[in-house]
Design a protein around this ligand. Structure first.
Ligand code: ADP
Ligand code: MG
Length: 705
């Protein structure tokens, strides 16, 4: 029997604020890893006790050196950057000596598989048994800027000072973390803490996320995630972050990973791991970024300005050329330029030629009489920012005459304008001095148009929680609910799956099963013509592709002929199938697909999209964690590209959006009730009629486990 887990010896808070740090392999030589770690601890002013460990030395970098960890004074955190083969013994020594946490930089563990994986498992087991925490292995360490504790050997620390700032970052990739740190440093963005978590043998992304949610010095959290150890805990934490108003910007890899191989429904093939992660993040207000530098730029905007509340973009530049490019790029990302108000144009008229009072504003069209160019630049930024329609000011800056004076004036304008704003500084080395000026003035800037555009995309997605966000989903209907013990396990064919969704109030077609041609004709008589005739089979996922669906059968002869045709095809495809379904022919305007599934990390999810046979091709889908309320369901519909068709496109009638949203709400209730028992479910299509005329499910299938 496994031994019980020991209580953790040390909190994450203490790991980030250790009273003492041991450095294995300590050396005076800064070309060596441990030599640099010692040096950076001193350089950045870590005030705790630094304990070098090296059997061959008496003293290292002015500190008394110990041969072994058990001879050293008490240690909160030991940093281990030695060859992988020596790591297990060293970590054991640390555990025996009462060390609080081992930070293992060494690589060659789970990431290489085989023996490395086994070695990592025993490290994790040792940690569990003793309560000594582990960070890594295969990480690049951590930096607490606030106390100067730089536990890494990375040369990016070769700087005079670390900028303290409001952003905390947790990264699975140490390399990304450090390059992000370096780039952020170059644009004057500071951090509270930076943590590289590596293989997460023990402490994982959620442990540090939890710490940062409670850390007053961290106002915005950045996460780089490859894989989550515990999706549910992550979900709880992002909900908590939202509840306490701490923004998170996340970058997750794995977007291109394809869905499950043998998917038996659209939902299973489309709701892949990344899509569900993305939906969970969006539902809980986590902003997603697709690039690590953009993640940090976005976090810096949020930390500095809060949300982008309203308004469009105002652009000011001394280059008409770059204004044109930025205007096009804004159009590409659907971020509109503001039309300047008459009062703004009037104010601009004091400085600019009457022909040039539009957004983007080209400072090149300055009135000669307006005076000093730098002063004009600063004024113009303020005037544009003050426009009631402008929400964010963007200043693309190429080289220009009187470069530093103009740049300084523009930066002052941005910093003092009272609205979110930033500069896109496009030149290379010639702008070195200007970059320093911006850093000194605290003016937000980035170095490429593309970074600026991507950052705006992410920034626009940040919305703080509002109290009236949710309108909880309805209760389970009578006779349904989490128990539902009567539910058959396995593949539910169309009539069975429809019966299930009908219990949750989703309208389905009037239909009957028929075992013979005569029964089919009788059923059609009872339902009323025209009818649809379809095979009932678990073998064929897309019935119509196999010629197993006949529509608009107008009379008895048509039904009888269709019966013969479908049954003869079915004999080859699924000899066991012995019944067909006769359904009313439904009429309506637009086909949607609704889906539900149980995600192993995040639990039940629902999906909605453009339905019919082109689902995968169009890829117009939105997803949310289940259950959802009406408001959230309608928001999903509004995000679809086909939303205009639902909303009444170009004189077409508006469709029954409320009924479609309600069907999604009901399906989400079903998914939440069934939990892990619902592997996947598709309603495709859900036919949407005109406003007031409702929706009806024409087809459904499900897998119950
Ligand atoms: P499958 O998806 O397995 O090919 P469906 O039952 O969805 O089979 O039928 C294919 C298409 O036929 C549907 O997408 C829909 O356009 C149409 N259809 C199916 N049943 C009906 C019906 N009862 N009324 C009107 N159209 C229907
Ligand atoms: Mg279908």
């Amino acid at each position: 029997m496994a031994e019980a887990s020991a209580a953790p010896r040390i909190t994450v808070e203490r790991i980030l604020n250790p009273r003492s740090v041991a450095v294995f392999g300590a050396s005076d030589d800064r070309s060596k890893w441990a030599g640099r770690i010692m040096y950076y601890l001193a350089l950045h002013g870590y005030a705790g006790n630094v304990v070098p460990i090296n059997p061959r030395r008496q003293e290292v970098q002015g500190k008394k050196c110990y041969a072994r960890i058990d001879a050293a004074p008490p240690v909160d955190v030991a940093i281990i950057a030695i060859p992988a083969a020596s790591v297990p013994a060293t970590v054991r020594d640390c555990a025996d000596a009462g060390v609080g946490c081992c930070l293992i930089i060494s690589s060659g563990f789970a990431e290489v598989g085989g023996e490395g994986l086994a070695a990592e498992r025993s490290l994790a087991e040792l940690s569990r048994r003793t309560g000594m925490r582990l960070i890594g292995p295969n990480c690049l360490g951590l930096i607490n800027v606030l106390n100067g504790m730089a536990l890494t050997s990375a040369r990016v620390l070769e700087v005079d000072k670390l900028y303290p700032g409001p952003i905390g970052i947790v990264s699975q990739s140490g390399a990304i973390l450090l390059s992000v740190f370096n780039r952020a440093y170059d644009v004057g963005i500071g951090f509270s803490q930076l943590i590289s978590i590596g293989n997460q043998a023990d402490l994982e992304v959620c442990d540090f996320l939890e710490h940062m949610i409670g850390d007053p010095a961290t106002r915005v959290i950045c996460l780089h995630i490859e894989g989550l150890k515990d999706g549910r805990r992550f979900l709880e934490l992002i909900r908590r972050a939202r509840a306490v108003g701490k923004p998170i910007v996340a970058l997750k890899t794995g977007r291109s990973a394809s869905g499950e191989a043998a998917a038996r429904s659209h939902t299973a093939s489309l709701a892949g791991a990344y899509a569900v992660f993305g939906a969970a993040c969006r539902d809980e207000g986590v902003v997603l970024a697709d690039d690590p530098d953009v993640m940090v730029l976005t976090a810096a905007m949020i930390a500095r300005f809060g949300p982008w509340r309203a308004g469009r973009i105002g652009v000011v530049s001394s280059s008409g050329g770059i204004n044109g490019i930025v205007a096009d790029r804004l159009g590409d990302i659907d971020v509109p330029l503001a039309a300047l108000a008459p009062v703004t144009q009037q104010a601009l008229g004091a400085f600019m030629l009457p022909s040039h009072l539009q957004n983007p504003v080209d400072l090149g069209a300055r009135r000669q009489a307006a005076g000093d160019a730098a002063r004009v630049a600063e004024e113009v930024v303020r005037i544009v920012a003050a426009d009631p329609g402008v929400g964010v000011v963007v200043v693309p800056l190429t080289t220009s005459p009187n470069y530093e004076a103009t740049a300084t004036a523009l930066a002052k304008g941005v910093v003092g304008c009272g609205k979110p704003g930033f500069i896109i500084l496009t030149p290379g080395s010639v702008a070195k001095g200007v970059r320093e000026i911006f850093k000194q003035l605290g003016c937000p800037f980035c170095n490429r148009i593309d970074d600026g555009m991507r950052m705006l995309c992410a920034y626009r997605n940040y919305a703080p929680p509002s109290s009236h966000d949710e309108d909880g989903p309805p209760a389970s209907p009578k006779g349904a609910g989490p128990a539902m013990l009567d539910l058959r396990v396995g593949y539910l064919s169309e009539p069975e799956a429809k019966a299930l969704i009908a219990r949750y109030g989703i309208p389905i077609t009037r239909e009957r099963l028929a075992g013979t041609r005569e029964e089919a004709v009788a059923a059609a008589d009872a339902i009323g013509y025209p009818v649809a005739l379809k095979a009932v089979t678990a073998r064929v996922v897309h019935k119509s592709d196999a010629g197993l669906v006949r529509l608009a059968l107008a009379d008895r002869t048509a039904v009888a002929e269709a019966w013969d045709e479908i049954t003869s095809r079915l004999a080859a495809l699924d000899p066991a199938a012995d019944r067909l379904v006769v359904a009313e022919m439904a009429a309506g305007e637009l086909e949607l697909i609704l889906g539900a599934k149980h995600d192993p990390q995040f639990g039940p999810v629902v999906m909605v999209g453009a339905g019919g046979v082109l689902v995968e091709l169009l890829g117009d889908l939105e997803m949310a964690l289940a259950p959802v309320g009406c408001r959230a369901a309608e928001a999903l519909l509004r995000r679809l590209r086909i939303w205009p068709l639902l909303d009444g496109y170009r004189g077409r009638p508006r469709l029954d959006v409320a009924a479609a949203a309600m069907a999604l709400v009901s399906l989400s209730r079903l998914a939440a009730d069934l939990g892990g028992r619902l592997s996947e479910l598709d309603i495709n299509p859900l036919l949407v009629r005109r406003e007031g005329s409702g929706v009806v499910a024409l087809d459904a299938r499900a897998i119950i486990v």
